[in-house]
Design a protein around this ligand. Structure first.
Ligand SMILES: [Zn+2]
Length: 285
């Protein structure tokens, strides 16, 4: 069991009862999020789930986030291994704009533990202006990493695994990333900047968005267009039927459509080209 070319589904630890239904496809797997993530891992393992599972503590998000220079917890690593994760993730803090000290602190600590994946929660500028520094530093340490990219700039795909992403996850896979995880909820598809100003764009927890394959986007159900969906949840009905559906039904549709997209991706002979063509078509859809 490994993470090779997996498109994982990232859920909250309290979604443990729905999680297996959302990640039951071949090529899929789970990421549980939060401080109790390893308990959720233990629970799905006890119930026989044998796909890949990761646990993301997410200390890097929210207004109480810790900085990337914070000491990483060996207990958190041990708890994950003991609960049955595929590979343990570090409980990294946030790496702000140009904060090389944090980047080095995380990679240096992770390099001491064998088989650990260093989580790198990054300000958006690390993937634009500071991209070369990021790549060089990751290569220098030789530690497996998983990026979490903060909102703030369009995502330019790179061949590194992603946590808590949206459509950026299949994009990363198309560009050669080992694995990537799509969040099942809006908040798990983003890393919102920690700003003290009230943000008009804040979405409440109850908002549901449906993945629309032709647009390569998650669309709030109230704004779905007239298109239909052939997945085994929608059965060819107009996507708008999801407006009245439970969150689990919307998420099941999302998981199925992403799974189909993932299968197409794995079959494409030139994945980058295939993704670029799909992206171009989505812009006109
Ligand atoms: Zn559907």
């Amino acid at each position: 069991m490994d993470l090779h070319e997996r498109l994982l589904v990232q859920v909250s630890a309290r979604d443990v009862y729905d999680a297996v239904a959302l990640a039951g496809h071949p090529g899929s797997g789970l990421v549980f999020t939060g401080q109790a993530a390893h308990d959720a891992v233990r629970m799905v393992r006890r119930h026989g789930y044998d796909g890949p599972v990761l646990a993301d503590r997410r200390r890097y998000a929210g207004s109480a986030r810790v900085r990337g220079t914070a000491r990483l917890s060996a207990d958190w690593i041990a708890d994950q291994v003991e609960s049955g994760v595929t590979a343990p993730l570090t409980d990294s803090g946030y790496i702000g704009k140009g904060d090389e000290e944090s980047l080095h602190a995380i990679l240096e600590q992770a390099a001491r533990w064998e088989g650990v994946i260093a989580v790198l929660p990054l300000h958006a500028r690390w993937l634009t202006q500071d991209r070369a520094t990021l790549t060089r530093t990751v290569v220098d340490y030789g530690v497996p990493v998983a990026l979490v990219v903060e909102d703030g700039a369009p995502y330019l795909p790179m061949a590194l695994p992603l946590l808590a992403a949206g459509v950026e996850a299949p994009a990363a896979l198309a560009y050669g990333a080992e694995w990537a995880a799509v969040g099942v909820r809006e908040v798990l598809r983003h890393l919102y900047p920690d700003t003290h100003e009230p943000r008009g764009g804040w979405r409440r927890g109850g908002a549901r968005s449906a993945f629309v394959t032709e647009r390569l986007a998650f669309v709030p159900v109230e704004r779905l267009g007239p298109g239909t969906c052939g997945c085994s949840t929608c059965h060819g009905r107009p996507l708008r039927h999801l407006v009245a559906a439970d969150e689990l039904v919307v998420n099941t549709h999302n998981a199925k459509c992403l799974h189909r997209l993932h299968n197409r991706l794995l079959r494409a002979t030139d994945r980058r080209r295939w993704w670029r063509e799909l992206t171009a078509a989505a812009l006109t859809a």
